[in-house]
Design a protein around this ligand. Structure first.
Ligand code: TMP
Length: 222
């Protein structure tokens, strides 16, 4: 399938994504990484998925809290619609301007949650996601996969006060499939994906991530 854009031609910046299951600390680490890079003088666009544009944030609300119980294929299309809006309006322009884009979740979450968590690795579901991924054609330069034991993340989540979204409310077997899904995605793309042990304290995890980012910046001559 033809893609809507060829991002590599006008990409001056760096695209970093953070991935993982619930409660592994992605959002905190995304924020800490953005703050560190900004302090070093880089221009950073910190964002999240689903979200990042008005329409994508509206789709986020619908997907996470709308209670609509979409069929899985519709759910994939809605996540991808949110992503395309985000890529076209925000991510691609930021990369063209030379910014470092840090995105809390991206394609791997669709593969892990919809492809593996809901559809148990079903070939057709994975193929649909990959086709749409090719169409969007905007790949991360590096992805940090934050991983830790499910017992620990479940404990963290139970302490959080905010209302649980529809994915957080799923039973433990769903989260196990998502975790195994991330493992499979990593095995398929070990060059792009960097596994991070998310169980140590915030500062240690931050250091692990920053160590890799510094090497990446040198490689990209930024
Ligand atoms: P979070 O921002 O707290 O991680 O919430 C986003 C939720 O949306 C999380 O449970 C994972 C889920 N999600 C998907 O199921 N598919 C996707 O493609 C994306 C980006 C997120």
């Amino acid at each position: 399938m033809a893609s809507v854009n060829n991002i590599s031609k006008d990409r001056k910046g760096l695209f970093i994504t953070l991935e993982g299951g619930e409660g592994v600390g992605k959002s905190t680490q995304s924020r800490l990484l953005a703050e560190t890079l900004e302090k070093s003088g880089f221009k950073v666009y910190l964002t999240r998925e689903p979200g990042g544009t008005k329409g994508a944030e509206q789709l986020r609300e619908l997907l996470l809290f709308g209670g609509a119980n979409f069929s899985c294929y519709s759910e994939i299309l809605l996540h991808m619609a949110a992503r395309l809006d985000h890529v076209e309006k925000m991510i691609r322009p930021a990369l063209a301007e030379g910014k470092i884009v840090i995105c809390d979740r991206y394609h791997d979450s669709t593969l892990a949650y919809q492809g593996f968590g809901i559809k148990g690795g079903d070939k057709d579901a994975l193929a649909l996601i990959e086709t749409l991924r090719c169409f969007i054609n905007c790949e991360a330069d590096a992805t940090f996969w934050l991983d830790m034991a499910l017992e620990k993340t479940q404990e963290r989540l139970s302490k959080r006060g905010n209302p649980k979204d529809c994915y957080e409310r799923q039973e433990i077997s769903f989260h196990e499939r998502v975790k195994q899904g991330f493992e499979r995605i990593y095995q398929a793309e070990p060059k792009r994906i960097i596994p991070i042990d998310a169980s140590p304290c915030e500062e240690d995890v931050q250091e692990q991530i920053y160590h890799h980012v510094k090497a990446l910046l040198v490689r990209k001559k930024m």
